[in-house]
Ligand binder design. Structure first.
Ligand code: ZN
Length: 132
């Protein structure tokens, strides 16, 4: 099967990002010349860059995908919720943060527990493993 170049990039990372965007839309996609560019970046111009290639029938769709703006990532769900009032405005208790900092600085070890404090109602609690 012959492939056609949908886009070419000066470095491997950009090519892999483009490949991921194309594959995310269900189009098979390949990268060529990534190893020669990785071995010597100055050869990127000589070989035409790291090429993202697709089947000839997928070329227009792939170029359309790469030409469209990247969608912003969806907002992540809040990691912790106050069990008392349900607020998401919570933080690790400041004493635990100082203690963790001391452990990291003095012993290079993290503490296994992190008491949480709600900024809305001042409630403090210790989160269980696997629960928010
Ligand atoms: Zn609260």
């Amino acid at each position: 099967m012959s492939l056609v170049t949908a886009a070419a990039f000066s470095d491997t990372l950009e090519a892999h990002l483009a490949k991921a965007r194309i594959e995310d839309e269900g189009i098979a996609c390949y990268i060529s010349d990534q190893h020669i560019v990785s071995a010597d970046w100055f050869l990127s111009g000589a070989v035409g860059g790291v090429k993202v290639q697709v089947a000839p029938g997928d070329l227009d769709a792939a170029r359309k995908i790469l030409g469209s703006p990247v969608a912003p990532p969806a907002a992540a769900a809040p990691e912790y919720t106050c069990p008392d009032c349900g607020s998401h405005d919570v933080q690790i208790n400041s004493f635990a943060r100082r203690l963790a900092f001391m452990f990291i600085v003095l012993a290079a070890l993290p503490i296994p527990w992190r008491p949480m404090r709600c900024n809305a109602c001042d409630h403090t609690w210790r989160p269980r493993r696997g629960s928010a």
